[in-house]
Design a protein around this ligand. Structure first.
Ligand SMILES: Nc1ncnc2c1ncn2[C@@H]1O[C@H](COP(=O)(O)OP(=O)(O)OP(=O)(O)O)[C@@H](O)[C@H]1O
Ligand SMILES: [Mg+2]
Length: 385
């Protein structure tokens, strides 16, 4: 494949080209996507990121022409409504940032999955089931997609809340057909929103139904061969039935990001991976309790404002948004700069509640240290006066 441009030589494995061609002619989207993703990786390796990005964005398109011509992938569907029960999602382009412990288990899991053949031969393989727990927006779905990407397998997502919804027919039957479908695909299956199972416990449903559905999930998990990877995600692990819980030997608790992860998130989402180590660390120091999704929302909004106003990022507005955010509800940075009174109150709050130094505050607010001292002094005077 001759592709001009910067970077080194592109070496595309002929196997991937043949697979791509064959899959395209067989109208098999799953295989087309997988082969194209592998080729995109080869371009990335050769330093031709633009081509890789273009390939990956093509892969994310839905295959409309084929669908229009009556072709559908053989995904399991609900027999009553014909709605698909499983959705194939692309591998992620964005990185995932993990704390030390989460990262360790993530890599252990990948290692075991990559060597499952050897391990089973010695009777050492463990079920490749991984349970991800953590509050909303902490990267559970993203991490599951990374597992699929790392293992070069298609990524299938079942949203249990929609499978359990009354819009569809028999829940237990649908869950069974998902588990029947997965092993034949050599895929990663994500059972997303596992909490939905526990919600069956409310009084609209009889207890019998809950038991039946939970048992179907357990039977499904037990029926998998040692190569199949199943990941479950939940916000409320304690609500999970203990029999389900026990079937996941690998568990990662994502939780709210720690200091180090918050720093990585700010660097990535606000500073576009530029080395702004001190500022990222500063923001991380008082954004405890924000999720990755919150930091993403604040960071991207600030960058949008900066771009449209042809200015640099307004760090004071970012800091104010952080202080105004509550868990799970991020406030967005305001447009058009803070006025003097807002800056004064922000300086005060950063100092008193968050223990920031005058130098740090002056950096964030974009004012001189002198100005910061006068803000803080005025506040002290007001309090005593
Ligand atoms: N640890 C993280 N590293 C990188 N990005 C993150 C992280 N956590 C959250 N994000 C950002 O937030 C977005 C939302 O995360 P994701 O959907 O994976 O959360 P979730 O835990 O599955 O939430 P929910 O419980 O609501 O389904 C991600 O796509 C990513 O952009
Ligand atoms: Mg999710």
């Amino acid at each position: 494949m001759g592709y001009d441009g910067e970077g080194g030589n592109v070496i595309v494995d002929p196997k991937n080209v043949i697979e791509l061609t064959d899959a395209a002619l067989a109208a098999d989207y799953t295989r087309v996507r997988r082969a194209a993703n592998l080729i995109a990786r080869e371009f990335t390796k050769a330093g031709k990121e633009a081509v890789a990005r273009e390939l990956r964005s093509l892969v994310r398109k839905r295959g409309v022409p084929l669908r229009a011509s009556g072709y559908l992938e053989a995904l399991p569907v609900d027999s009553k409504s014909r709605l698909p029960l499983v959705e194939e999602q692309p591998w992620p382009e964005a990185p995932v940032f993990l704390g030390k412990e989460a990262n360790r288990i993530f890599h252990d899991f990948l290692m075991d999955a990559q060597h499952v053949g050897e391990l089973s031969a010695k009777g050492l393989a463990s079920r490749l089931c991984l349970l991800l727990s953590g509050p909303p927006g902490t990267g559970k779905t993203l991490l599951a997609a990374h597992v699929a990407a790392q293992l070069s397998r298609p990524f299938y997502v079942v949203r249990l809340d929609s499978v359990i919804s009354s819009l569809l027919g028999d829940t237990a039957k649908n869950i069974r057909s998902v588990f029947d479908f997965v092993p034949s695909q050599k895929a990663v299956l994500l059972l997303d929103e596992m909490d939905a199972l526990a919600k069956l416990r409310d009084d609209r449903h009889e207890l019998g139904e809950l038991k039946r559905v939970v048992n179907t999930v357990i039977q499904g998990l037990d029926s998998l061969d040692s190569h199949t990877v199943v990941i479950a995600a939940t916000n409320h692990p304690h609500l999970l039935d203990s029999a389900v819980w026990r079937r996941f030997p690998y568990k990662i608790n994502l939780g709210y990001p720690d200091m180090g992860v918050r720093k990585d998130l700010w660097t990535h989402f606000l500073f576009e991976d530029q080395d702004e180590s001190q500022l990222s660390e500063l923001l991380a120091s008082f954004s405890k309790g924000l999720s990755g999704a919150d930091i993403e929302a604040i960071g991207l909004a600030a960058r949008r404002h900066a771009l449209l106003n042809s200015q640099s990022v307004d760090l004071a507005a970012v800091a104010l948004a952080v202080l105004h955010s509550e868990q799970g509800k991020s406030a967005l940075p305001q447009r058009g700069g803070l006025d003097a009174e807002q800056k004064r109150r922000l300086a005060q709050e950063l100092k008193v509640r968050n223990g920031l130094t005058g130098a740090a505050i002056s950096r964030l607010l974009g004012v001189t240290r002198q100005a910061v001292y006068s803000y803080l002094k005025r506040d002290a005077e007001n309090q005593h006066g």
